[in-house]
Write a protein that binds this ligand. Structure first.
Ligand code: AVJ
Length: 350
Protein backbone atom coordinates (compact mmCIF):
# COMPACT_ATOMS: atom_id res chain seq x y z
CA UNK A 1 0.00 0.00 0.00
CA UNK A 2 1.27 3.46 -0.82
CA UNK A 3 2.84 5.20 2.13
CA UNK A 4 0.43 8.12 2.05
CA UNK A 5 -2.40 5.68 2.21
CA UNK A 6 -0.79 3.72 4.96
CA UNK A 7 -0.26 6.74 7.18
CA UNK A 8 -3.83 7.83 6.69
CA UNK A 9 -5.58 4.55 6.08
CA UNK A 10 -7.36 5.00 9.39
CA UNK A 11 -9.22 7.89 7.86
CA UNK A 12 -10.27 5.80 4.92
CA UNK A 13 -11.59 3.11 7.18
CA UNK A 14 -13.23 5.39 9.73
CA UNK A 15 -16.58 5.18 7.99
CA UNK A 16 -19.78 5.71 9.93
CA UNK A 17 -20.50 1.96 9.87
CA UNK A 18 -17.39 1.42 11.99
CA UNK A 19 -14.94 -0.89 10.27
CA UNK A 20 -13.62 -2.02 13.62
CA UNK A 21 -11.57 -4.87 12.20
CA UNK A 22 -9.94 -2.78 9.51
CA UNK A 23 -9.04 -0.04 12.00
CA UNK A 24 -7.59 -2.58 14.35
CA UNK A 25 -5.54 -4.18 11.58
CA UNK A 26 -4.19 -0.78 10.55
CA UNK A 27 -3.19 0.07 14.12
CA UNK A 28 -1.60 -3.33 14.61
CA UNK A 29 0.44 -3.03 11.47
CA UNK A 30 1.81 0.33 12.66
CA UNK A 31 2.62 -1.21 16.02
CA UNK A 32 4.59 -3.92 14.24
CA UNK A 33 6.82 -1.39 12.52
CA UNK A 34 10.18 -0.45 13.92
CA UNK A 35 9.89 2.09 15.52
CA UNK A 36 6.26 1.54 16.44
CA UNK A 37 3.90 4.07 14.88
CA UNK A 38 0.32 5.22 15.09
CA UNK A 39 -1.38 7.71 12.78
CA UNK A 40 -1.78 11.32 13.97
CA UNK A 41 -5.49 11.02 13.13
CA UNK A 42 -5.82 9.37 16.54
CA UNK A 43 -5.29 12.77 18.18
CA UNK A 44 -8.57 14.09 16.96
CA UNK A 45 -11.49 12.86 18.98
CA UNK A 46 -13.64 15.47 20.69
CA UNK A 47 -11.22 16.01 23.57
CA UNK A 48 -8.21 15.97 21.25
CA UNK A 49 -9.78 18.56 18.99
CA UNK A 50 -10.34 20.95 21.87
CA UNK A 51 -6.81 20.28 23.18
CA UNK A 52 -5.55 21.20 19.71
CA UNK A 53 -7.52 24.45 19.89
CA UNK A 54 -5.79 25.09 23.23
CA UNK A 55 -2.40 24.35 21.67
CA UNK A 56 -3.05 27.02 19.06
CA UNK A 57 -3.32 29.59 21.86
CA UNK A 58 -0.13 28.55 23.68
CA UNK A 59 2.70 31.09 23.83
CA UNK A 60 5.17 28.45 22.56
CA UNK A 61 3.04 27.30 19.63
CA UNK A 62 3.87 29.99 17.08
CA UNK A 63 2.44 28.03 14.12
CA UNK A 64 -1.21 29.13 13.98
CA UNK A 65 -0.57 32.65 15.13
CA UNK A 66 2.20 33.21 12.60
CA UNK A 67 0.18 31.86 9.69
CA UNK A 68 -2.77 34.05 10.66
CA UNK A 69 -0.51 37.09 10.83
CA UNK A 70 0.90 36.36 7.36
CA UNK A 71 -2.62 35.98 5.99
CA UNK A 72 -3.80 39.16 7.66
CA UNK A 73 -0.89 41.18 6.36
CA UNK A 74 -0.83 39.90 2.79
CA UNK A 75 -4.46 39.05 2.16
CA UNK A 76 -5.19 41.87 -0.29
CA UNK A 77 -2.16 40.92 -2.37
CA UNK A 78 -2.92 37.20 -2.18
CA UNK A 79 -6.52 37.79 -3.23
CA UNK A 80 -5.42 39.99 -6.12
CA UNK A 81 -2.98 37.38 -7.40
CA UNK A 82 -5.60 34.63 -7.14
CA UNK A 83 -8.26 36.47 -9.11
CA UNK A 84 -12.02 36.14 -9.13
CA UNK A 85 -14.72 33.49 -9.21
CA UNK A 86 -12.64 30.68 -7.87
CA UNK A 87 -13.79 27.33 -6.60
CA UNK A 88 -11.89 26.95 -3.31
CA UNK A 89 -11.28 23.32 -2.32
CA UNK A 90 -10.03 22.79 1.21
CA UNK A 91 -8.64 19.37 2.21
CA UNK A 92 -9.07 18.69 5.94
CA UNK A 93 -11.14 21.80 6.36
CA UNK A 94 -12.22 21.79 10.00
CA UNK A 95 -13.64 25.20 10.94
CA UNK A 96 -10.75 27.39 10.03
CA UNK A 97 -10.62 31.10 10.73
CA UNK A 98 -8.14 31.30 7.85
CA UNK A 99 -10.72 30.04 5.37
CA UNK A 100 -13.17 32.73 6.43
CA UNK A 101 -10.44 35.31 5.91
CA UNK A 102 -9.63 34.00 2.47
CA UNK A 103 -13.23 33.73 1.30
CA UNK A 104 -13.89 37.19 2.68
CA UNK A 105 -10.98 38.66 0.73
CA UNK A 106 -11.42 36.88 -2.61
CA UNK A 107 -13.30 38.63 -5.36
CA UNK A 108 -16.65 36.90 -5.92
CA UNK A 109 -15.63 33.40 -4.85
CA UNK A 110 -17.79 30.98 -6.84
CA UNK A 111 -17.73 27.83 -4.77
CA UNK A 112 -16.31 26.41 -1.58
CA UNK A 113 -15.67 22.68 -1.32
CA UNK A 114 -14.54 21.60 2.16
CA UNK A 115 -13.31 18.01 2.33
CA UNK A 116 -13.13 16.33 5.71
CA UNK A 117 -13.84 12.99 7.38
CA UNK A 118 -15.55 14.69 10.34
CA UNK A 119 -18.92 14.68 8.56
CA UNK A 120 -21.07 16.37 11.19
CA UNK A 121 -18.60 19.20 11.73
CA UNK A 122 -18.43 19.51 8.00
CA UNK A 123 -22.12 20.09 7.41
CA UNK A 124 -22.40 22.49 10.35
CA UNK A 125 -19.49 24.54 9.03
CA UNK A 126 -21.01 24.47 5.53
CA UNK A 127 -24.32 25.77 6.86
CA UNK A 128 -22.60 28.65 8.61
CA UNK A 129 -20.69 29.62 5.48
CA UNK A 130 -23.83 29.53 3.37
CA UNK A 131 -25.40 32.04 5.73
CA UNK A 132 -22.33 34.28 5.61
CA UNK A 133 -21.94 34.07 1.82
CA UNK A 134 -25.38 33.77 0.24
CA UNK A 135 -23.93 33.84 -3.29
CA UNK A 136 -21.36 31.15 -2.64
CA UNK A 137 -22.06 27.57 -3.69
CA UNK A 138 -20.97 25.45 -0.72
CA UNK A 139 -20.47 21.79 -1.51
CA UNK A 140 -19.05 19.78 1.41
CA UNK A 141 -17.51 16.41 0.64
CA UNK A 142 -17.20 13.90 3.43
CA UNK A 143 -14.06 12.03 2.47
CA UNK A 144 -10.46 11.24 3.26
CA UNK A 145 -8.64 13.91 1.26
CA UNK A 146 -5.61 11.68 0.69
CA UNK A 147 -7.81 9.45 -1.48
CA UNK A 148 -9.66 10.20 -4.69
CA UNK A 149 -12.76 12.36 -4.21
CA UNK A 150 -15.08 13.83 -6.81
CA UNK A 151 -15.53 17.58 -7.15
CA UNK A 152 -18.56 18.34 -9.34
CA UNK A 153 -17.88 19.32 -12.93
CA UNK A 154 -18.75 22.55 -14.69
CA UNK A 155 -19.65 25.96 -13.33
CA UNK A 156 -19.07 27.07 -10.57
CA UNK A 157 -16.39 24.41 -10.06
CA UNK A 158 -14.17 25.24 -13.07
CA UNK A 159 -11.39 27.48 -11.81
CA UNK A 160 -10.00 25.68 -8.84
CA UNK A 161 -7.82 26.69 -5.95
CA UNK A 162 -6.70 24.13 -3.41
CA UNK A 163 -6.40 25.80 0.00
CA UNK A 164 -4.25 23.69 2.31
CA UNK A 165 -3.30 25.80 5.36
CA UNK A 166 -2.00 24.89 8.81
CA UNK A 167 1.13 23.04 7.70
CA UNK A 168 -0.83 19.80 7.63
CA UNK A 169 1.58 18.83 4.84
CA UNK A 170 4.21 18.53 7.60
CA UNK A 171 2.55 15.36 8.88
CA UNK A 172 3.58 13.52 5.74
CA UNK A 173 7.09 12.29 5.12
CA UNK A 174 8.93 13.17 1.96
CA UNK A 175 7.53 10.43 -0.24
CA UNK A 176 4.02 10.72 1.14
CA UNK A 177 3.95 14.47 0.69
CA UNK A 178 5.00 14.27 -2.97
CA UNK A 179 2.18 11.78 -3.50
CA UNK A 180 -0.31 14.00 -1.73
CA UNK A 181 0.78 17.15 -3.55
CA UNK A 182 0.45 15.47 -6.92
CA UNK A 183 -2.90 13.97 -5.97
CA UNK A 184 -4.11 17.48 -5.08
CA UNK A 185 -2.64 18.85 -8.32
CA UNK A 186 -4.79 16.44 -10.29
CA UNK A 187 -7.85 17.55 -8.35
CA UNK A 188 -6.94 21.19 -9.04
CA UNK A 189 -7.24 20.47 -12.79
CA UNK A 190 -4.81 23.14 -13.89
CA UNK A 191 -5.66 25.41 -10.96
CA UNK A 192 -3.45 26.63 -8.14
CA UNK A 193 -2.72 25.71 -4.56
CA UNK A 194 -2.27 28.04 -1.59
CA UNK A 195 -0.46 26.09 1.10
CA UNK A 196 0.79 26.84 4.60
CA UNK A 197 4.27 25.46 5.23
CA UNK A 198 6.14 25.56 8.53
CA UNK A 199 9.80 26.38 8.19
CA UNK A 200 12.95 24.95 9.78
CA UNK A 201 14.19 27.10 12.66
CA UNK A 202 16.11 26.92 15.93
CA UNK A 203 15.39 23.44 17.35
CA UNK A 204 14.87 24.97 20.79
CA UNK A 205 11.95 26.97 19.46
CA UNK A 206 10.57 23.86 17.77
CA UNK A 207 10.91 21.57 20.77
CA UNK A 208 9.25 24.15 23.02
CA UNK A 209 6.36 24.47 20.55
CA UNK A 210 5.78 20.71 20.78
CA UNK A 211 6.53 20.32 24.48
CA UNK A 212 4.93 23.34 26.13
CA UNK A 213 5.40 24.30 29.75
CA UNK A 214 1.70 23.94 30.59
CA UNK A 215 1.71 20.33 29.35
CA UNK A 216 -1.13 20.76 26.89
CA UNK A 217 0.75 19.05 24.06
CA UNK A 218 1.63 16.19 26.42
CA UNK A 219 -2.08 15.76 27.22
CA UNK A 220 -2.88 15.98 23.50
CA UNK A 221 -0.35 13.27 22.70
CA UNK A 222 -1.43 10.93 25.52
CA UNK A 223 -5.07 11.43 24.57
CA UNK A 224 -4.39 9.44 21.38
CA UNK A 225 -4.08 6.36 23.62
CA UNK A 226 -7.40 7.12 25.33
CA UNK A 227 -8.97 7.52 21.91
CA UNK A 228 -7.57 4.14 20.81
CA UNK A 229 -8.92 2.49 23.95
CA UNK A 230 -12.29 4.10 23.48
CA UNK A 231 -12.65 3.36 19.80
CA UNK A 232 -10.92 0.00 19.54
CA UNK A 233 -11.03 -1.45 23.05
CA UNK A 234 -7.26 -1.58 23.38
CA UNK A 235 -5.93 -1.40 26.92
CA UNK A 236 -3.21 1.23 26.76
CA UNK A 237 -2.48 2.68 30.20
CA UNK A 238 -1.72 6.34 29.38
CA UNK A 239 -0.08 6.85 32.76
CA UNK A 240 2.60 4.32 31.81
CA UNK A 241 3.69 6.43 28.84
CA UNK A 242 5.15 9.89 28.75
CA UNK A 243 5.22 12.57 26.11
CA UNK A 244 8.42 13.49 24.32
CA UNK A 245 9.10 15.86 21.44
CA UNK A 246 12.37 15.32 19.60
CA UNK A 247 14.01 17.21 16.79
CA UNK A 248 15.21 14.80 14.10
CA UNK A 249 17.77 16.93 12.28
CA UNK A 250 18.50 14.37 9.57
CA UNK A 251 14.85 14.31 8.53
CA UNK A 252 14.19 17.95 9.44
CA UNK A 253 11.21 17.09 11.55
CA UNK A 254 9.76 17.22 15.03
CA UNK A 255 8.68 13.79 16.18
CA UNK A 256 6.09 13.31 18.87
CA UNK A 257 6.76 10.18 20.86
CA UNK A 258 4.86 8.31 23.55
CA UNK A 259 7.61 6.68 25.57
CA UNK A 260 6.89 3.56 27.58
CA UNK A 261 7.82 4.08 31.23
CA UNK A 262 8.27 0.35 31.81
CA UNK A 263 8.29 -3.06 30.18
CA UNK A 264 4.69 -3.78 29.36
CA UNK A 265 2.21 -5.64 27.19
CA UNK A 266 -0.71 -3.89 25.56
CA UNK A 267 -3.68 -5.78 24.23
CA UNK A 268 -4.69 -4.73 20.70
CA UNK A 269 -7.60 -6.83 19.48
CA UNK A 270 -6.53 -10.42 19.91
CA UNK A 271 -2.85 -9.58 19.92
CA UNK A 272 -0.45 -8.38 22.59
CA UNK A 273 2.12 -5.77 21.74
CA UNK A 274 5.18 -5.59 23.95
CA UNK A 275 6.97 -2.39 24.85
CA UNK A 276 10.44 -2.26 26.35
CA UNK A 277 11.16 0.29 29.03
CA UNK A 278 11.98 3.56 27.26
CA UNK A 279 10.67 2.36 23.91
CA UNK A 280 8.97 5.08 21.87
CA UNK A 281 5.70 4.90 19.99
CA UNK A 282 5.81 7.56 17.25
CA UNK A 283 2.51 9.43 17.10
CA UNK A 284 3.33 12.28 14.73
CA UNK A 285 5.88 13.72 12.36
CA UNK A 286 5.87 17.43 11.78
CA UNK A 287 8.29 18.19 8.96
CA UNK A 288 9.90 21.63 8.77
CA UNK A 289 11.13 22.95 5.47
CA UNK A 290 13.69 25.33 4.09
CA UNK A 291 12.36 27.33 1.13
CA UNK A 292 14.61 25.26 -1.16
CA UNK A 293 13.51 21.94 0.29
CA UNK A 294 9.85 22.76 -0.09
CA UNK A 295 10.32 24.04 -3.63
CA UNK A 296 11.99 20.73 -4.47
CA UNK A 297 9.07 18.79 -2.99
CA UNK A 298 6.61 20.90 -4.95
CA UNK A 299 8.60 20.40 -8.14
CA UNK A 300 8.71 16.64 -7.65
CA UNK A 301 4.90 16.76 -7.47
CA UNK A 302 4.51 18.77 -10.68
CA UNK A 303 4.08 22.17 -9.07
CA UNK A 304 6.22 25.27 -9.09
CA UNK A 305 6.34 27.93 -6.40
CA UNK A 306 4.92 31.09 -7.95
CA UNK A 307 5.15 33.22 -4.83
CA UNK A 308 5.74 32.82 -1.10
CA UNK A 309 4.75 35.11 1.74
CA UNK A 310 6.43 34.88 5.10
CA UNK A 311 6.72 36.62 8.48
CA UNK A 312 9.64 38.81 9.47
CA UNK A 313 11.41 35.90 11.21
CA UNK A 314 10.81 33.51 8.31
CA UNK A 315 9.16 31.01 10.66
CA UNK A 316 6.19 30.14 8.49
CA UNK A 317 5.25 30.59 4.87
CA UNK A 318 2.14 30.75 2.76
CA UNK A 319 3.02 29.62 -0.73
CA UNK A 320 1.23 29.87 -4.03
CA UNK A 321 1.87 26.84 -6.22
CA UNK A 322 1.01 26.63 -9.89
CA UNK A 323 1.10 23.56 -12.10
CA UNK A 324 4.60 23.37 -13.51
CA UNK A 325 3.27 22.62 -16.98
CA UNK A 326 0.37 25.06 -17.13
CA UNK A 327 -0.24 26.01 -20.71
CA UNK A 328 -1.25 29.58 -19.96
CA UNK A 329 -0.48 32.02 -17.20
CA UNK A 330 -2.77 31.60 -14.29
CA UNK A 331 -4.44 34.00 -11.86
CA UNK A 332 -4.98 37.70 -12.32
CA UNK A 333 -3.57 37.44 -15.81
CA UNK A 334 -6.06 34.70 -16.57
CA UNK A 335 -8.88 37.08 -15.76
CA UNK A 336 -7.66 39.47 -18.43
CA UNK A 337 -7.59 36.80 -21.11
CA UNK A 338 -10.71 36.73 -23.23
CA UNK A 339 -12.23 34.24 -23.28
CA UNK A 340 -10.79 32.85 -20.01
CA UNK A 341 -9.93 29.48 -21.47
CA UNK A 342 -7.44 27.02 -20.20
CA UNK A 343 -6.03 24.05 -21.99
CA UNK A 344 -6.39 20.79 -20.14
CA UNK A 345 -3.36 19.62 -18.30
CA UNK A 346 -0.99 17.27 -20.11
CA UNK A 347 -1.85 13.65 -19.33
CA UNK A 348 -0.38 12.67 -16.03
CA UNK A 349 1.34 9.35 -15.96
CA UNK A 350 2.78 9.75 -12.47
C1 AVJ B 1 -2.00 20.27 12.82
C2 AVJ B 1 -0.28 18.90 11.95
C3 AVJ B 1 -0.08 21.27 11.85
O1 AVJ B 1 2.27 19.54 13.30
O2 AVJ B 1 2.09 21.41 14.34
C4 AVJ B 1 0.43 20.49 17.19
C5 AVJ B 1 -0.35 19.29 15.02
N1 AVJ B 1 0.96 18.43 16.97
N2 AVJ B 1 1.12 20.12 18.26
C6 AVJ B 1 1.60 20.39 13.88
C7 AVJ B 1 0.32 19.42 16.36
C8 AVJ B 1 1.43 18.88 18.12
C9 AVJ B 1 0.11 20.23 14.00
N3 AVJ B 1 -0.55 20.14 12.68
Amino acid sequence: MAAVERAYELRADADPCGEHGALLAAVLSGLREQPKRISPVWFYDERGSSLFDEICELPEYYVTRTELAIMREHLPEIAAVLGSELCVIEPGSGTSAKTRMLLGALERPAAYVPVDIACEHLSAAAERLRREHPHLTVHPICADFTRPFAVPEGSPYDDRLIYFPGSTIGNFDRRESVQLLSHLRRIARGGAMLIGVDMAKDPRVLVAAYDDAAGVTAAFNLNALEHLNQRLGTDFDPSSFHHRAVWNAAESRIEMHLVSRCRQLVRVGNAFVSFAEGEPLVSEYSHKYTPQAFAAQARAAGWRVEQAWTDSRGWFSVQLLLPAHASITWGAVRDQCAPPRRETEPLDTA
